[in-house]
Design a protein around this ligand. Structure first.
Ligand SMILES: [Zn+2]
Ligand SMILES: [Zn+2]
Length: 462
């Protein structure tokens, strides 16, 4: 006998495993799916914590995407209205709600399976367990290695603060490390004999900061020091390393920008007489939107009753809302009626109802590995309110609310909407064709070129 879906998401919240280490979370989800009669294969596309669950056979093949990785340094006690890490503040926590995301996708798969079973319809329900969304690009490997080649429509969701259909694109992103090697020496006694890897890092960053004026306004480049070479100022630092994220609106543009950043790294090495290793880390593709799927998802929102909250739940949400000043609450940019959403933000503690968004092709700032899936199969996404209006993702507030009844309700709601959309596609195969036509038209002559080279295998990130 299976545990409930709410219990399963609570378990994954407790496990709080980061990318490619989601062993217990993956096992718990696979066990649940097996209990529901899915044929489960674990360890796919070279990732031990990726899985595939299949039920049924024949066309259409509808795939639901599950995530379940946690974030480093996001530990937080449940249900507290103030920052309170659970153990060390370096411990991981579910700051992006992926414990709900994965189980909501299972809820959708099981509900759609029930529909096919009850009507004895042909059709395949697939759930793909996609590890390492936060860092690791799990879905890019699944897309690159052909795990969606038979899929007709892919559906997913993300926990959020508003009930909406996700629209628009996201940025392509390349993650790369620059490891500089110099020569150590006494910084006072014999500086002329030293060659500083730290100087090279600093000069590289200065170079990139000058590059910014000559990039497109939608490009983004950010860096962090992984190794500053040590803590002693009187030593010429012989080893130092930077990590860069290089983002643009499309993969070819991201690759061009990547080449420009590599030239700056080479220049910094030349200036300092050091050497540099360019270590490719991971890559995410931009997202191809699909308006046909967006419309089907919007209809599903109108068909599925939205959650009803108790007085207690509303008071709980209000307490979390009060931890964020009103002026710091993000106004969803894609909302069709911005004034209405501003009123909701000031008057509600948890979003009830539906926020209509205008179809958009605009590239939002930020990246997701759902982008890679959207390049190989028509893909649609929604958000549901799982958290109080207020703090955004990657906040202690999201971790704290992760096991609450409002989080559970939002997760179950998302599962029902995705299942309803799948039912609509099954009942109207012409919609699948329309979604495919739009997909083909958007791609035109472009072919999917995963940013991760074929020889790069899934790996843990430093
Ligand atoms: Zn996240
Ligand atoms: Zn996320």
């Amino acid at each position: 006998m299976n545990i409930t879906l709410n219990q399963l998401s609570d378990q994954i919240w407790e496990f709080a495993e980061t990318g490619f280490l989601e062993t217990k979370s993956c096992h718990a989800m696979c066990q649940y799916l097996e209990g529901e009669g899915f044929i489960v294969t674990k360890g796919i596309a070279g990732m031990e914590t990726a899985y595939k669950g299949i039920w049924g056979s024949g066309k259409p093949v509808i795939t639901f995407l599950a995530e379940y990785d946690a974030l480093f340094g996001m530990s937080q006690k449940a249900d507290l209205f103030e920052y309170a890490p659970l153990g060390s503040n370096e411990n991981p926590g579910h700051g992006c709600g992926h414990h709900l995301l994965g189980v909501g996708a299972i809820a959708a798969a099981v509900e759609y399976r029930d529909y096919l079973k009850n009507h004895q319809f042909e059709g395949t329900v697939q759930i793909l367990g996609c590890p390492a969304e936060e860092s690791g690009s799990g879905k890019a490997y699944l897309a690159r290695d052909g795990y969606l080649d038979d899929t007709d429509i892919a559906l997913t969701w993300h926990p959020g603060q508003f009930n909406q259909v996700h629209t628009g694109s996201s940025q392509s992103c390349i993650s790369v490390n620059f490891r500089f090697h110099g020569i150590s020496s006494h910084a006072a006694g014999s500086p002329h004999l030293g060659r500083s890897a730290l100087d090279a890092c600093e000069l590289m960053n200065v170079g990139v900061n000058y590059l910014r004026e000559h990039m497109e306004s939608t490009d983004r480049v950010h860096y962090a020091y992984l190794n500053v070479g040590g803590k002693a100022p009187n030593v010429v630092q012989s080893e130092a390393e930077l990590k860069y994220f290089i983002r643009s609106t499309t993969n070819p543009k991201a690759l061009k920008l990547y080449d420009r950043v590599i030239n700056i790294a080479k220049g910094a090495a030349m200036m300092t007489e050091t050497s540099v290793d360019v270590l490719f880390d991971e890559g995410l593709s931009n997202t191809i939107p699909n308006f046909v799927i967006e419309d089907v998802l919007e209809n599903a929102f109108h068909k599925v009753p939205s959650p009803i909250y108790t007085e207690e739940e509303l008071a709980y949400a209000e307490n979390f809302k009060n931890t964020t000043p009103l002026e710091r609450i993000n106004i969803p940019q894609k909302a069709l009626d911005k004034e209405a959403i501003k009123k909701i933000i000031s008057s509600q503690s948890i979003h009830s109802g539906f926020m209509k968004c205008a179809h958009s092709e605009e590239c939002g700032m930020g990246s997701t590995d759902v982008g890679d899936i959207s390049w190989v199969v028509p893909t649609g996404q929604i958000n549901t309110a799982c958290f109080a209006i207020g703090a955004g993702s990657h906040s202690w507030q999201w971790v704290a609310q992760g096991k609450s009844s409002i989080a559970h309700k939002g997760m179950q709601y998302a599962g029902k909407i995705l299942a309803q959309a799948a039912i609509e596609f099954h009942s109207n195969p012409e919609l699948i064709q329309k979604a495919k036509d739009e997909f083909n038209q958007r791609l035109g002559q472009d072919v999917y070129q995963c940013l991760i080279p074929k020889d790069v295998k899934p790996h843990l990130i430093d």
